[in-house]
Write a protein that binds this ligand. Structure first.
Ligand code: G3P
Ligand code: MG
Length: 228
């Protein structure tokens, strides 16, 4: 029996919309995307917002660190399409009840946000979602904190490096899986590979039946998967 790999939009659909924008997420859902990957930080007043970088310089018309702005201050800046930086609450309102898989990345590896795991988990617990969220992070400590708060959720460690004995590592760290930059043979744990836009690499990963690929161009990946 073959298992179809899921296709997750990395930061939404950055080939067509500003990354991590509600417009991109809404478009992807309207087109029936399997899953969405997105990155979460906290504002100075502890509101979870969706953006990749710790600073707003690259993706908005403002400058500075998310952690130094209140939500009201952050919302005076705009993404390239004019929309404000999305809050997690707005995102959850958009995806609630939709048949889309979610991969929420705690962006806590460069800047740690005190209490982010508890705040985010509470919001997820209060939202009507079709599938369980996969929480990922490059910061294993964040996943450990989250697991201590809610053992029932799915946690995945993000790594650019090879993981020795992935099954043992996942069991001992209470992880459902690994989100890897490079494919590794493994069994009994989920593997999602990022960020894959190359057609040949996508074909190989679909052949390996990884649980998911995380891509900037979900429409290309969907066409490739359909042709296999
Ligand atoms: O979750 C996969 C990928 O998003 C991890 O890297 O830096 O794009 O968040 P980054
Ligand atoms: Mg990410």
């Amino acid at each position: 029996m073959t298992t179809k790999s899921l296709i997750y939009g990395h930061r939404g659909v950055p080939v067509k919309f500003p990354e991590n924008s509600l417009a991109g997420f809404a478009y992807a859902i309207s087109q029936g995307i399997d899953g969405l990957e997105f990155d979460v930080h906290l504002t100075k007043d502890q509101v979870p917002v969706i953006m990749h970088d710790e600073k707003i310089n690259r993706t908005t018309d403002g400058m500075g660190k998310i952690a130094d702005y209140s939500l009201a201050e952050l919302r005076t800046f705009s993404l390239a399409n004019g929309e404000p930086v999305p809050t997690l609450a707005e995102f959850l309102n958009l995806v609630s009840g939709e048949p889309v898989h979610l991969n929420l990345e705690f962006k806590t590896d460069k800047q740690y946000y005190q209490g982010i795991e508890r705040i985010v988990l509470r919001m997820i617990q209060q939202t009507d979602l079709v599938y369980p969220v996969v929480f990922s992070s490059f910061n294993l400590r964040s996943l450990q904190r989250a697991y201590a708060i809610d053992e029932s959720q799915k946690y995945a460690f993000l790594s650019s490096a090879h993981i020795g004995n992935p099954e043992w590592f996942c069991t001992s760290e209470h992880l459902e899986g690994l989100h890897l930059e490079h494919y590794q043979p493994m069994s009994r744990v989920s593997q999602r590979v990022w960020t894959v836009d190359d057609p040949d690499e996508l074909r190989q990963l679909f052949d390996h039946q990884v649980n998911a690929v995380i891509t900037n161009n979900f429409e290309l990946a969907t066409d490739i998967r359909a042709a296999i």
